[in-house]
Design a binder for this molecule. Structure first.
Ligand SMILES: Nc1nc2c(ncn2[C@@H]2O[C@H](COP(=O)(O)OP(=O)(O)OP(=O)(O)O)[C@@H](O)[C@H]2O)c(=O)[nH]1
Length: 635
């Protein structure tokens, strides 16, 4: 194999004689930049890899980077594209990343831009972003697991964008691999010929060398024109402490270095470059290329994903942007120790700099004190955010039960969006003023083995689901489509599904508008005083079961006090569940009498310390830990 360690003077366009593909490492010139100016647009390919979670995208991406000599072979098996600690721990890709590589094929040098995508349903929004910058994609399917729900969702995202789709069956080295069966599933589900599926093992490198030539042959080059005025699509951005906001863009036309945003703000470009795989400056970025721009943008809020940038003298029609990510799950976050408020405020602000899809509002709860209400794309997104707060910022927090956004239509024609159960109107107000209450719906895809069909249909039915489709992918794999309320899906639906199918069912959903629903707000009271942080919005049919469960669990978590505690669940004025906790008979303080003074002081101080973390609600002292335990245990 010819290793092309080019000299500094050598341009990247120089054609090689080799007619089988091989990678090539390009080095920056004496100014420290990679020369991209003379690179022919016909020799550029922009592609992504889409797949269900764990089907091997990141592993394959690393193999392609190695093969193209973009990175050297890693011994530690750590993935290059997954940068965050939480991603490595959970083995999921959260934020899309891109990487450029150079590859010599049939005497020509190609610039291949790989745009990695996350594999979980909460991040579908990021998949669409990445696809908008590509002309082709590798649809990766695990040879043992076959098509899963996310494979279907991703296929349709790519299909909708009208880009070339190359089916690739991965993990053919596994003993349970059945590539022929998976190829036929691909033909049944997507009408892509089984004979065109590449069969590879990203782990053992088997047939991986076929991938880049297949991309070059089958994915069209971008269609821009370098002689037209500059136009680029912003598809990702992040914050860098040293230079401010970094914008990842796909350049559609032109080759200018001065751009101006559609927001009519003008920016000076201070640096352009490619992800190689680290940020590497380039002499310019021009039509067809994908790379980063440093624009002296100070705040991430100035970079709108889906925005179009133009040459400031030729501002044209912006490209259809992306639908902005809408937070679909809201939850309150509070410090366990109220003294941590400032520190936590700072940590949340910093964390949202690198994740602009989180929406923040301040919130005050009588039970939990000052905190925030945060909007997330889904429950996994929420979990990842919580985990990052705890791991990277050492935060001790309580997070309330998630709420989906409800819509209330009033008789007087006004509408209200509810993100917090405390904002939900009480029963009297509903009766007097409300025309309708609506909840968000989703269309879900579930794929599983035939033998759990009955149980899965029962589960969907109990979650108020309506069946839309029932297809056999092969003799024992079933694809079901259900329309379900989002509120039913964000709690423990996925866990139950995994339980029923011993972990094998896969699940994905997309938003599907709002439906009228018979919803009520359930309040929890302690000695008749409501505990705001424990209010939830429920479908009337579930109120009884949930209320009984909640008061029972609360009873188990509260400590007995010097008087009786009555725990009630109410809807309006009506009590629907009740538990009592009898009074402590002996005064605990009595134990402190006698003994030496210092021991007594120590005990009293300890008690004071503990009190800091107590809230008195209806005269009842509730420790933050009790809240924490209550909230962290799912329904
Ligand atoms: N046996 C085998 N294992 C593989 C192969 N490719 C990937 N894996 C393993 O499958 C697991 C998931 O691979 P990843 O590359 O992290 O999957 P991913 O699709 O990027 O996952 P997300 O980022 O979470 O969507 C890892 O344990 C890999 O080592 C393969 O060809 N054969």
């Amino acid at each position: 194999m010819q290793h092309h360690t080019s000299s500094k003077a050598e341009g990247v366009t120089q054609a090689l004689k080799a007619d089988i593909g091989q990678g090539c490492r390009i080095h920056p010139n004496s100014q420290g930049v990679i020369e991209l100016e003379t690179f022919d647009i016909g020799q550029i390919r922009n592609f992504s890899i889409i797949a269900h979670v764990d089907h091997g995208k990141s592993t394959l991406a690393d193999r392609l980077l190695e093969l193209s000599q973009t990175i050297s072979k890693r011994k530690d098996n750590k993935q290059v594209l997954d940068k965050l600690k939480v991603e490595r721990e959970r083995g999921i890709t959260v934020k899309a990343q891109s990487a450029s590589m150079f590859y010599d094929y049939k005497g020509k040098r190609y610039l291949l831009n790989l745009i990695d995508t996350p594999g979980h349903m909460d991040f579908n929004f990021e998949v669409s972003r990445s696809l908008a910058a590509c002309q082709g994609t590798l649809l990766l399917v695990d040879a043992a697991q076959g098509i899963q729900a996310q494979t279907v969702a991703n296929f349709y995202l790519a299909y909708g964008q009208d880009i070339a789709i190359i089916p690739v069956i991965n993990k053919i080295d596994l003993p349970a691999a059945d590539p022929e069966r998976v190829a036929s599933q691909i033909e049944v589900a997507f009408e892509l010929p089984a004979s065109e599926c590449l069969q590879i093992s990203a782990k053992s490198n088997l047939n991986v060398d076929q991938i880049l030539p297949t991309i070059i042959e089958n994915v069209p080059s971008p269609s821009g024109n370098i002689n037209k005025p500059f136009k680029a699509l912003l598809f990702d951005s992040w914050y860098d402490t040293y230079v401010g906001v970094i914008c990842l863009m796909a350049v559609i036309d032109g080759r200018d270095k001065i751009v101006s945003a559609f927001s009519e703000r003008r920016y000076e470009v201070s640096e352009t470059g490619i992800m190689y795989p680290e940020q590497t400056p380039s002499s310019s970025l021009q039509a067809g290329q994908v790379g980063y721009f440093v624009l002296n943008m100070k705040a991430l809020s100035e970079s709108h994903v889906g925005d179009t940038f133009f040459d400031h003298k030729h501002i044209g029609t912006p490209m259809p942007g992306f639908t902005p990510a809408k937070p679909m799950v809201w939850a309150g976050i509070f410090p366990i120790d109220t003294a941590d408020f400032e520190k936590l405020d700072h940590s949340i602000a910093k964390l949202t700099l690198s994740d602009s899809s989180v929406v923040i509002q301040k919130e005050t709860s009588t039970a939990l004190g000052q905190g925030w209400r945060l909007g997330f794309l889904g429950t996994l997104h929420m979990d990842v955010f919580r985990q990052r707060l705890e791991q990277e910022y050492d935060a001790n927090i309580i997070i309330t039960a998630p709420t989906v956004p409800y819509k209330i239509d009033y008789r007087d024609g006004t509408q209200k969006l509810i993100r917090n159960p405390t904002e939900f109107p009480d029963l009297d107000e509903v009766n007097a003023k409300v025309k309708s209450v609506q909840e968000p719906m989703v269309k879900s895809t579930i794929i599983f083995q035939n033998d759990c069909l009955g149980d899965i249909m029962v589960l969907c039915g109990s979650r108020r689901g309506v069946q839309l489709e029932h297809t056999y992918l092969d003799e024992n794999r079933v694809l079901l489509k259900y329309r379900l309320p989002l509120a039913e899906v964000v709690t423990d639906f996925h866990d139950e599904l995994k339980g029923i199918s011993s972990g094998f069912a896969s699940f994905d959903y997309e938003e599907d508008g709002y439906d009228d629903a018979d919803l009520v707000k359930m309040n929890i009271t302690l000695n008749s005083k409501p505990v705001d942080a424990l209010s939830i919005i429920l479908h009337r049919s579930q109120a009884e079961t949930v209320s009984r469960d909640w008061v029972k669990r609360l009873k188990a978590l509260l400590s007995r006090q010097l008087f009786e505690i009555v725990i009630q669940a109410t809807i309006g004025n009506k009590v629907i569940a009740r538990e009592g906790l009898s009074a402590l008979r002996k005064n605990v303080i009595a134990k402190c009498y006698g003994g030496d003074v210092s021991r007594k002081m120590k005990l009293l101080n300890k008690q004071k310390e503990g009190k800091k973390r107590m809230k008195a609600i209806g005269g009842v002292e509730v420790s933050q830990e009790a809240f924490y335990d209550f909230m962290s245990k799912k329904k």
